[in-house]
Design a protein around this ligand. Structure first.
Ligand code: CP3
Length: 393
């Protein structure tokens, strides 16, 4: 049975599936970015196929089954909250660390060893596909992604270099090293959704309101579509590399989708997000879609064809479940702000999140956004212990 099959009968048919069969999805030695695989699957030796992760609590909950314990992982569980991360990263720039397979793998494994979480999230960044394509981009500490040259005109978009399958080899190698260590714990692969990526590309840096891309989609819809499709293919290929090399699930991060109204989201963004996922649907791994400020977009985000919806901290999970018609496993949504509250306050909140999530056909505990860097890691470990101590009924 194909676990993604349900995804394709989502509420809105926004898919822009390409009919290209330029590659078979098997050898992948010369896959160009614009060829979307439509056949082939994961190898028999893949962790999801050889018995290692298919019955894990995470994958079971993602597929709407009954997990043996309550699954939990944290967005940004690898990173500055961990002293071992700061030590490993010493003297290595962020994006360089993502492209050194041993280092990226080690950083991915750190929070699994420390917290006993139910999944590893691959240590990388949403702008890595840009970097590997040859786009001038860096991550400035304390700021975020900054481009050498913003992408604002039709000429800028036409001049974007194409990401190749070969360029993704350091990613595949890091994933292979990681899953060799993870045993039965699934690795989650991820990619940035086209809007969030394009938001950085048009602005050239982080912004609050994302005026640049929101202007472009109305003022120059053709250029916007070309940019969104470029980003969709880059992200889709990045995610496919992780899944084929050993990741057991994939998460599309549309962190900044919340700056869009529903009409703009459906018209200018959902088709590109669907296109990104078209690169990996045939692999059959569970797919998760997450954004922040997306309470009004949840149904449309599900509609791009995913198995699980990630909910930010603003909307209680019972209400999210109601909006989604009670049909989709949910992920979330402990408020990261409460990680610094007294334990009793945090514990009561975690129990509330669990109670609200019980309404959904599946629930994977997570935060409503990433771990704040100043978080005491001992608190995260304690939250995991608490969640695992509550029977999954
Ligand atoms: O545990 C994990 O989640 C690991 C992997 C991961 C990172 N970035 C590592 C990272 C993931 C899944 C991302 C995705 C990502 N990157 C998103 C989507 C998720 C989200 O948080 O909404 C976005 C928007 C980015 C872009 C980005 N990269 C930002 C905004 C920043 C923070 C800049 C800063 O210094 O404040 C980064 C850098 C980054 N990516 C760090 C990490 C661990 C911090 C780098 C450091 O340690 O200096």
């Amino acid at each position: 049975m194909n676990p993604s099959a349900a995804a394709t009968d989502g509420t809105s048919k926004t898919s822009t599936s390409k009919t290209s069969t330029a590659n078979t999805g098997t050898a992948n030695t010369d896959t160009a970015i614009n060829s979307i695989a439509t056949s082939g699957g994961l190898d028999a030796g893949h962790p999801l196929m050889d018995g290692r992760t298919a019955d894990s609590p995470l994958i079971t909950a993602y597929r709407g089954g009954k997990p043996s314990r309550r699954p939990v992982w944290f967005m940004r569980q690898a990173g500055r909250s961990l002293p071992e991360y700061l030590k490993a990263r010493q003297g290595v720039a962020m994006l360089d660390s993502c492209l050194r397979p041993e280092l990226a793998s080690e950083i991915t494994l750190q929070p699994v060893r420390r917290h006993d979480v139910d999944a590893a999230i691959f240590f990388s960044d949403i702008v890595i596909p840009l970097k590997l394509a040859g786009v001038g981009v860096d991550i400035v500490p304390g700021v975020g992604p900054v481009l050498e040259k913003p992408v604002r005109t039709a000429e800028d978009v036409a001049a974007l270099p194409q990401l190749t399958w070969e360029a993704l080899e350091p990613i595949r190698e890091a994933v292979r090293l990681t899953v060799a260590e993870l045993g039965n714990t699934p690795l989650i692969g991820f990619a940035g959704a086209p809007f969030t990526l394009a938001a950085y590309m048009v602005e050239g840096k982080p912004s609050r309101d994302h005026l640049g891309p929101r202007t472009m989609m109305h003022a120059d819809p053709e250029t916007w579509a070309a940019l969104a499709n470029w980003a969709a293919d880059a992200s889709g290929l990045f995610l496919r590399a992780q899944l084929e090399a050993g990741a057991s699930a994939g998460q599309l991060f549309d962190s900044w989708a919340g700056s869009l109204g529903l009409a703009d989201y459906e018209r200018f963004v959902a088709p590109a997000s669907s296109r990104a996922l078209d690169h990996v649907r045939h692999l059959g791994a569970p797919l998760v879609h997450f954004g922040t400020g997306t309470s009004e977009l949840l149904v449309a985000m599900r509609g791009v064809g995913v198995d699980v919806v990630g909910v930010d901290y603003r909307l209680p999970l019972d209400e999210a479940n109601r909006r989604l018609g009670g049909t989709v496993p949910l992920q979330g949504n402990i408020d990261p702000a409460l990680l610094s509250a007294p334990w009793e306050v945090l514990e009561a909140h975690v129990r509330e999140v669990i109670a609200a999530g019980a309404a959904a056909p599946g629930h994977v505990l997570n935060l409503g956004h990433g771990v704040p860097p100043e978080t005491d890691p001992a608190v995260l470990t304690r939250v995991v212990e608490l969640i695992h101590s509550i029977s999954p009924e």
